[in-house]
Design a protein around this ligand. Structure first.
Ligand code: NAG
Ligand code: NAG
Ligand code: NAG
Length: 190
């Protein structure tokens, strides 16, 4: 008797018998460990088979990143791929390399990170992450854009883009200033 669990394109030779299991449509969800048990009068034989499903990389939509001049900026690119993807970064059409101009590229598993240690004016722009494996490639673009740190002068000019952990209190401060300005204007009208 031959009992095989799961659906697997699987060939088990047992004395003169051949057994096939076929997966009609292979998909990522079918990856895993399959077990085949062969039983006869003499013995029971269990064999496990690891099924790996390979697929080309897919990338989630790139999220644009805002950074203030002189601060650290990190662009992230996450790929779903088997086998794991290799990454390449481009600034427009130019390849960006590791440890060049205060830039570090770090890959770990599904994630690639491009770090600017000290963002300068010239760093702002359009970056493209390309993920490649033997089955194909995918790319996603991320804009690194400038965020103006609110100062006493920008606060009076109105709400600008804000950033980081203090943003909530800064934003609140900005709208308080605006409210006072509005109130002043209203008072002046009457
Ligand atoms: C970042 O770069 C600017 C301009 O090159 C420099 O003035 C500043 O000191 C640098 N900041 C850090 C933290 O390295
Ligand atoms: C960024 O660059 C990519 C690749 O060159 C391009 O397809 C995309 O339209 C660019 N995005 C913007 C906002 O310019
Ligand atoms: C990015 O992907 C598009 C299709 O999705 C393709 O036409 C283009 O050549 C790719 N760009 C790079 C740099 O791989």
């Amino acid at each position: 008797m031959l009992v095989c669990s799961g659906l697997l394109l699987f060939r088990r030779v047992l004395t003169t018998e051949d057994e096939y299991l076929e997966i009609p449509s292979i998909s990522r969800q079918r990856a895993g460990t399959y077990e085949c048990t062969a039983i006869n009068d003499v013995a029971t034989d269990v064999q496990t088979v690891e099924l790996t499903v390979n697929y080309a990389p897919t990338l989630s939509e790139g999220k644009d990143v805002g950074v203030t001049l002189g601060q650290q900026g990190v662009l992230q690119c996450e790929a779903d791929a088997v086998p794991a993807a290799d990454f390449e970064w481009y600034r427009d059409d130019r390849r960006v390399f590791n440890s060049f101009d205060g830039i570090e590229i770090e890959d770990s598993g599904a994630l690639s990170q491009l770090t600017f240690f000290n963002v300068s004016e010239g760093d702002y722009g359009n970056y493209t992450c390309v993920a490649i494996n033997k089955l194909g490639s995918a790319n996603a673009s991320i804009i690194l854009f400038e965020v103006i740190e609110p100062t006493s002068s920008t606060l009076l000019q109105g709400p600008g883009a804000v950033q980081d952990g203090n943003s909530a209190s800064r934003a609140a401060h900005t709208s308080t200033c605006l409210l006072i300005l509005l109130a002043l204007q209203l008072l002046l009208k009457f």
